[in-house]
Design a protein around this ligand. Structure first.
Ligand code: THU
Length: 129
């Protein structure tokens, strides 16, 4: 179901510069579905990734944590989240949460959040005890 939702929202991506559409769908720990797609901008660094869009939708809807995340793109191999998105995912997901990456031609691979970002920077690193 998350794969289907990511597949559908991917079609809405605004990607006129890269022509690389990405869709993301997550289930929150509250049990609701949230979706996002990449939204590029002519000022290229202003573009946002699909994962960031799904996280923003989750927070805007009042949910708090990611229980599971799926991402899909039309690529030769399942495309892993960029470095910035790994940190964004880690903000809202426990280390063992699963992130499944898909290609539009049916390949899939699943990682945990801690696989994607070992040594993650957390709030604990700002606290001396
Ligand atoms: N992109 C995503 O939305 N998520 C990823 O995991 C990888 C990259 C987008 C950003 C940009 O709009 C396009 O793909 C090419 O980098």
């Amino acid at each position: 179901m998350l794969k289907e939702a990511a597949t559908k929202v991917r079609l809405n991506a605004h990607a006129p510069y890269s022509r690389f559409k990405v869709g993301a769908a997550l289930r929150s720990t509250e049990g609701r579905l949230h979706i996002g797609c990449n939204v590029e901008n002519v000022a290229y660094p202003e573009g946002t990734c699909a994962e960031a869009g799904a996280i923003a939708a989750m927070i805007a809807a009042g949910d708090t944590r990611i229980a599971e995340l799926h991402v899909i793109a039309d690529s030769p191999d399942p495309v892993p989240p960029c470095g910035g998105c790994r940190q964004k995912i880690a903000e809202f997901a426990d280390p063992n949460v699963k992130v499944t990456l898909h290609t539009t031609d049916g390949q899939s691979v699943t990682f945990t959040v801690k696989d994607l970002l070992p040594g993650v920077f957390t709030a604990a690193h700002m606290t001396r005890t």
